[in-house]
Design a protein around this ligand. Structure first.
Ligand code: UDP
Length: 345
């Protein structure tokens, strides 16, 4: 039994989960316990966390959809003061081809962990949401109050449903304080270059594809469409450094723990506030790496929204959070991580 106040991080071996654990270790005195079944991650991530912070993290390798197993974590650990729930499937494309996998896992795991929050009286709960809840939207930049559109994928729908579940649970159980953090496009790696995104399968996201192309794992990358109604014809996104995202979780957690939240269900946008096109992202990478990327212009990708970026003013004002890394920092750290991985292979 550990008497230090403990934070449970589900999906602690994942991309944002592991960076948030590093931030929790480096900036708070909480004890951290992870729950991760390594379905899309590896236990080696905990060695990386230890390398960076000097701390060994205890991980329960269990599936959160298994309620009996999950309850064991809460029976074995007292003094839990908060839960940060990352664990979920997150590939938009896969959710279209295998919706049952996404609905079953993302919803059941959320219901189970929320039931544990209620049963074990853990009142501070943070949920990973996504800007994909906004759907295709004309009004830019998006604010938390912007009405959400139709979900463009089962993945996005699980996040919309997840937010509704939190809202209803918090309304019916006034002790339960919940926060949904809507991530825009988290990219980059820890500044040390020792921890970063590690897709077990082929990467689908732009920045890992850029670094893969630069190192030669991919012969040529494709820019998905250049005739969108944007300044250079390519899609616009809001890229934000993963360590900034991690830091926002600490701020959101303290807001709940210190009872400074105005409502017991809140939503925050986590973006950089800047729209960046695919070609601009490529140019930023070429600048920091000194490498010319081999890319071709290809077909549009199904389901891509033309442009989305965040209005961060509510997060800045309420959480006191401003991203500190810019686009070049994001690319520099992502490239450092790719080089680190290439040395290990
Ligand atoms: N993209 C691209 N080529 C790739 C991967 C992504 O042109 O190989 C584009 C994609 O069409 C989108 C942007 O990069 O406009 C960001 O894509 P990502 O999958 O990283 O994020 P999301 O679309 O989920 O916001």
């Amino acid at each position: 039994m550990n008497a230090t106040k403990t934070i449970i991080v589900t999906g602690g071996a994942g991309y944002i989960g592991s960076h948030t654990i590093i931030e929790l270790i480096e900036t708070t005195s909480f004890n951290v316990i992870s729950i991760d079944n390594y379905s899309n991650s590896t236990e080696k991530t905990f060695d990386r966390i230890e390398l960076i912070t000097g701390k060994k993290i205890r991980n329960y390798q269990i599936d959160i959809c298994n309620k009996t197993e999950l309850e064991r974590v809460f029976e074995e650990n007292t003094h839990i003061v908060g839960i940060i729930h990352f664990a979920a499937f997150k590939s938009v494309g896969e959710s279209v081809t295998d919706p049952q996998k996404y609905y079953f896992n993302n919803i059941n795991s959320l219901l189970n962990i929320l039931d544990c929050s209620l049963k074990y009286n853990i009142t501070n709960f943070i949920f990973s949401s996504s800007c994909s809840v906004y759907g295709n939207i004309d009004e830019l930049p998006v604010k938390e109050t912007t009405p959400i559109g139709k979900a463009e994928s089962p993945y996005a729908y699980t996040k919309q449903i997840g937010e509704e579940i939190l809202k209803d649970y918090s309304k019916a159980n006034s002790q339960l304080q919940t926060t949904a953090l809507r991530y825009f496009n988290p990219v980059g790696a820890h500044v040390s270059g020792l921890n970063g995104e590690l897709p077990l399968n082929k990467p689908n996201n732009l920045v890992p594809i850029i670094t893969n192309a630069a190192i030669g794992k991919i012969a040529q990358m494709t820019v998905f469409g250049d005739d969108y109604p944007t300044r250079d014809g390519t899609c616009i996104r809001d890229y934000v450094h993963v360590s900034d995202i991690a830091n926002a979780h600490i701020k959101a957690l303290y807001l709940l723990i210190e009872n400074k939240n105005k409502s017991n269900f809140s939503i925050f946008n986590l973006g950089s506030g800047n729209g960046v096109s695919v070609l601009e992202a490529i140019a930023a990478f070429e600048k920091i790496s000194g490498k010319k990327l081999n890319y071709q212009i290809g077909q549009k990708r199904d389901g891509d929204v033309v442009a989305i970026y965040s209005d961060n003013s509510f997060s800045e004002k309420t959480l006191g959070w401003t991203p500190k890394y810019n686009l070049e920092d994001m690319m520099r750290s992502a490239w450092k991580w790719e080089l680190e991985l290439s040395m290990l292979e």
